[in-house]
Design a binder for this molecule. Sequence first.
Ligand SMILES: [Zn+2]
Length: 305
Amino acid sequence: MAVYVGYEGAKNCTDGPQPGSRGMMQWFLENYRHLGGTNLGIYNCRTVRGGSTTSLHGEGRAVDLGINPHGAAYGTDLAERLRNSSKEIGIQCIIWNRKIWSGAHPNSGWRNYGGRNDHVDHLHVELSWAAAKKNSSEVITLLNTHLATEPDAPQPPETPSPTAPYPTQRRGDTGALVEEIQTRLNRYGFAAGPEDGVFGAGTEAAVKRFQDAVGTGVDGIVGSKTWAALLTREAAGHTLRKGSSGEEVQHLQRGLRAAVEHGLAVDGQFDVATEDAVKKYQQSRGLSDDGIVGPKTWEALQGGR
Ligand SMILES: [Zn+2]
């Protein structure tokens, strides 16, 4: 167990992730996925956020190990064990949970990190060039040799909540999480446009309409509350009833108009007229006519009327 000394800054973007970086990600997912570990990426030709120097991600030498729930104790445990064996593995820098350790200041331990991204949702781990160029299996062997593979038991999050297993997404963000948002918005009837993983104006507008409908603050940013609403909506069967309002109700009203009540206004207000139309629809489909749009009524409406 020893601490790495030295730091090789990034110069120019390469054309993809280095093999050693792939090995580290593979090892992480194999050992931490069951605790909530995810792959938040390796290669990305960009500058350091808020700066002008090339990010180590541009050389494919930095891996972002996603930690859920954010700030989880297993992330802290992993960060410390990686640091303690950073020399053997070839790790030159780690950023985690507002702390940074760097081989440029090897004996200073964890220092406060004030970068724009607070890194509570992932460990940013940088490899030396020597480690990055090793093949994947070599790096996996090094990790298995120098780190005990059994992570500490996961600690319960400090504030128990079903919310926010995912990092905040906002306009300008790209990737799989944005695609997830777009897919769900489209599925729930909030037209977000193409599911291309690019958080543009159309996605932002759809997020705002969704937020308006579910009663979270309307800011167009998918933070913990909006994520929770997006993720639980399906399980809850997105029930609508008298008094509900918003785009989802419009979506419902369009379905009702086509099916039973051609004169129904599409105004997004679940009023008495809408309730009557729901009951009429439910009767026509042999469903219990309670006037509440739960999973069964939704399913019937969506599955061709
Ligand atoms: Zn990173």
